[in-house]
Design a protein around this ligand. Structure first.
Ligand code: 6PG
Length: 483
């Protein structure tokens, strides 16, 4: 464990930004036999990492950016783990000034993919490779095996891939890391991963609320239900930790911790970005959007306080067959989850086409099977579906998921209708069911929308029985003309 750099450029990777995520990923590299150069704006964090974990591998402590870059073997590879936005731009500029053509800068933060596209183009002009890498799995994943989604130039993956794959989570001997595609594609798919994460968490929250409000289950009983569900098709990290969170007792009051947490969800922004991007791409990510808006609504405390006491209009008695309704909720959760993931993968396909990235959905399902927050047994089925047909019009149409929804549909309808009659909010369950019904509908009310648009804006419409665009002379004799 040589700490201070007395032997010149010998580090295979450098990590700058040593908050918990950065420190953990540096430790992960060191534990896998790589010599890791360390840098942090304040050297105190560098000292702390070495004092606490220096025995875990070969670290090179550096103080300045020049020392840091000078400690790296060529082609130099630097992983930035600082706050997205201006702090990242500042570090990139400092590094670029000290690095040489052929060197690689990796941004491991949750950067907005359009920033990554800009940065990659700008650094490419200076001969530097810029890789925007989504890293999922939180602090534990960073230390013990995240899912890593590196974008950027294919040629830099030759020098970078083996390093990243060595520290990624492994499933069936396959690293949860692969080259995603050019420029901002890595951060784009990480953003959509987070959007799916939001939807998954919202759906779990709605299931939790139904079990409590419709069946009167307490947190401990609901934890048992989630533990049971985690033994089947819903097996996933999020379902697993839900049971953990619900079992946790509050030391101060002895109550379930969840009962003393303020019910206002926060969000750092990746879910919002996903919805904004989907709006621009024209992809209906209704499950993700409902999750983002549900967090916003939960946080509008003054408005909610004023709304307490509004008429509930409850029109039904609570379910009497708790076992059946619990199973109905499980089925509805699974079906709604299929819709959320289908929409997320639709957005990935749309982004791939828009930015000419040639993304492979099966590869994403493969590297999301482990390490990331949405890791789940379910992703094996998604991988199978896209292996079978990479051009699936929708994940919902894959035979496995088509059958799963056919099995779940009655329960799904019972849960959404019961919740509605009982006045229990299920925005993601309900919107997912309506999305499914709209997707499979032979005719939609959009025909009327087109008629209205033509009436007030002469925006024209198409006919089911003729080619071309048409307009009705609404303010004249109401005859129809070909536009
Ligand atoms: C991950 C997580 C992570 C996420 C934070 C905060 O993949 O490890 O998605 O990147 O950003 O957990 O998320 P929100 O504040 O947006 O809920």
């Amino acid at each position: 464990m040589t700490i201070d750099n007395t032997e010149g450029a010998r580090a295979q990777i450098g990590v700058t930004g040593l908050a918990v995520m950065g420190s953990n990923i540096a430790r992960n590299f060191a534990r896998h036999g790589h010599t890791v150069a360390l840098h942090n704006r304040s050297i105190a964090k560098t000292h702390a990492l070495i004092e606490e974990h220096g025995s875990e591998g070969d670290f090179v402590r550096t103080e300045t950016i020049e020392e840091f870059v000078g400690a790296l073997q060529k082609p130099r590879r630097v992983l930035i783990m600082v706050k997205a936005g201006d702090p990242t731009d500042a570090v990139i500029e400092e590094l670029a000034a000290a690095m040489e053509p052929g060197d690689i800068i990796i941004d491991g933060g949750n950067a907005l993919y359009t920033d990554t596209i800009r940065r990659e183009a700008s650094l490419r002009e200076r001969g530097l490779h810029f890789v925007g890498a989504g890293i999922s799995g939180g602090e534990e994943g960073a230390l013990n095996g995240p899912s890593i989604m590196p974008g950027g130039p294919k040629e830099s993956y030759a020098a970078l891939g083996p390093l990243l794959e060595s520290i990624a989570a492994q499933v069936d001997g396959t690293p949860c890391c692969t080259h995603i595609g050019p420029d901002g594609s890595g951060h784009f798919v990480k953003m959509v991963h987070n959007g799916i994460e939001y939807a998954d968490m919202q759906l779990i929250g709605e299931a939790y609320n139904l079990l409590g409000s419709a069946l009167g289950y307490d947190a401990g009983k609901i934890a048992d239900v989630f533990t049971d569900w985690n033994g089947g098709d819903l097996e996933s990290y999020l379902v697993e930790i839900t049971a953990e969170v619900l079992r946790q007792k509050d030391a101060k009051t002895g109550k379930p911790l969840v009962d003393v947490i303020v019910d206002a969800a926060e969000q750092k922004g990746t879910g919002r970005w996903t919805v904004k991007s989907a709006l621009d791409l024209g992809v209906p990510v209704t499950g993700i959007a409902e999750a983002v808006f549900a967090r916003a609504l939960s946080g509008s405390r003054e408005q909610r306080k004023a709304a307490v006491g509004l008429a509930s209009g409850v029109l039904a008695d609570k379910p009497t067959d708790a076992a059946q309704f619990t199973e109905d909720i499980r089925q509805a959760l699974y079906a709604s989850k299929v819709v959320a993931y289908a929409q997320g993968f639709d957005q990935i396909a749309a982004g791939s086409a828009e930015y000419d990235w040639d993304l492979h959905p099966a590869d994403l399902a493969t590297i999301w099977r482990g390490g990331c927050i949405i890791r789940a047994r379910f992703l094996n089925r998604i991988k199978d579906a896209y292996d079978e047909n990479p051009k699936l019009p929708s994940l919902i149409l894959a035979p496995y998921f088509r059958d799963a929804i056919e099995t779940a549909i009655d329960s799904w309808r019972r849960v959404v209708s019961t919740a509605t009659l009982l006045g229990i909010p299920v925005p993601a369950f309900a919107s997912s069911l309506s999305y499914y019904d709209a997707l499979r509908a032979e005719r939609l009310p959009a025909a009327l929308t087109q008629g209205q648009r033509d009436f007030f804006g002469a925006h024209t419409y198409e006919r089911v029985d003729a080619e071309g665009k048409f307009h009705t002379l609404w303010s004249g004799d109401r005859s129809e003309v070909q536009a």
